[in-house]
Design a protein around this ligand. Structure first.
Ligand SMILES: [Mn+2]
Length: 221
């Protein structure tokens, strides 16, 4: 396997030693935040852990279909967790009310891609080179050799009592990880804007811009 940051081992050790999890995201969650929380929480559940996702604000309407299993919940005071993992959250304050409700935990982990991250947790994996937090979650799951799963969608379950099997089950997560990889490529490479436009991807970058603005890509995060 390719080399990877040693902090991933510390995070996986902490996860393996824990049973109950809260995956917390920032206020007014965006796609990177929701995708990171969901991808991680589903992987944890798949490993037999108990996991919920907490945000001060409810997830945007366009992502509500992802919350098929009621993973995303309003933060509640008085709950205890073995492990709390904050994703895509540059500071403790950005957790909003979720931050006030995760005080009773044994381990606190912070996984983020913002350069401004204040390293507020016990274990902090901050990689500002990455264009999204989802990229870090994807890497974590790959190193752990955990399968990438997607939520069991209601329509599927309504048709059948058995969980859906086969490629369709992975489609969404693959799309998410592909999006993360694609945005990373855009951030690292100097893209020929003419060709880029010709492929119908975007007309965001002008002919004189050289490398696409990383900040524009980070606008998603
Ligand atoms: Mn974000």
């Amino acid at each position: 396997m390719k080399s990877y940051p040693k902090i991933i081992d510390r995070i996986l050790d902490a996860i393996r030693g824990s049973k109950t999890f809260c995956v917390a995201g920032h206020v007014r969650p965006d796609g990177d935040c929701v995708g990171s929380q969901l991808g991680l929480a589903l992987a944890l559940r798949n490993e037999g852990k108990k996991a919920v996702c907490w945000n001060e604000d409810s997830i945007p309407q366009k992502y509500k279909f992802l919350n098929a299993d009621g993973l995303f919940q309003q933060p509640k005071r008085g709950m205890k967790f073995d492990c709390v993992i904050a994703t895509d959250c540059a500071s403790f304050e950005r957790l909003g009310s979720a931050g006030k409700c995760i005080l009773q935990r044994k381990v606190f982990i912070n996984i983020d891609h913002h350069e401004s991250n204040t390293r507020y947790a016990d274990v902090n994996w901050v990689s500002a080179r990455e264009p999204s937090c989802g990229e870090l979650i994807y890497r974590l799951l790959k190193v752990a050799r955990w399968p990438i799963t997607t939520p069991p969608y209601r329509r599927t379950r309504a048709r059948s009592n058995t969980p859906q099997r086969g490629p369709a089950r992975f489609t969404s997560a693959r799309n998410l990880s592909h999006a993360a990889r694609t945005s990373r490529k855009f951030a690292r490479r100097s893209i020929n804007p003419i060709r880029f436009r010709a492929r119908g991807c975007s007309n965001t970058f002008t002919a004189n811009s050289g490398s696409p603005p990383v900040t524009a890509l980070r606008g998603f995060g």
